[in-house]
Write a protein that binds this ligand. Sequence first.
Ligand code: ADP
Length: 247
Amino acid sequence: MSPPLAVRGVSAAYRDEAVLWDVSFTIPEGRLVGIVGPNGAGKTTMLKVAMGLLRPVAGSVEIFGRPIDRVRRSVGYVPQRGSVDWDFPTDARDVVEMGTYGRLGWLRRPGTAERRTAERCLERVDMLGLADRQIGELSGGQQQRVFIARALAQDARLYLADEPFAGVDYVTERLVVDLLRELRDEGRTVVVVHHDLASVADYFDTVVLLNRELVAAGPTAEVFTRENIARTYGGAARRAEEMRTDG
Ligand code: ADP
């Protein structure tokens, strides 16, 4: 069977700034994966290329053996919270219900079943009580929970999440990591852009170390080594190592 995510020789750039260089890795099914590297390493860019939001200069990405345009509905994307217009006049319930749209055929409008799914997913992230709240009036942690609920509603086989723990409270982080683990334990594949080195070994069974180029990718126990972390973080390596041993 084709892997959930295969990145083959991807190079990417914005105007004239090269950001990713010949990056290749493959993620097997049923893994919880951290894409880890310093600020500006190209982690978000890698996710954008995988989602088909940015065309690579060279190389390709296959999702379950096919280009993203053919399988978009089986991929759940959790964007960075900061990249979203929170003034958009909609409530938490609607955002989560949107997650179910991919399963509706043409001309079918969401009905009772979709509404129930949305409520069940809001309940899983402990947000049912705030279902009718405008999304702009939620705290950062609550907004992140709504995003996760939408992803759950989507019932995808592959999830791509960009910094889901950035700027959220501790309780939300624990709740989100537990839900991501549940998705993984159900056989789905979850790929998370993550920058907090201290929690990498705890959260992820698979790691992709990235800094413009691929440093290493594979099982956390094999790949998340002192040497590879140093190669990924360069000058920041000593601090990174301190964080790792502290955690
Ligand atoms: P990371 O997620 O690892 O912090 P990014 O993929 O966000 O890294 O960014 C990698 C590099 O690409 C950075 O130097 C950043 O400034 C640049 N960059 C990111 N997005 C854009 C954009 N939309 N236009 C121009 N440059 C960008």
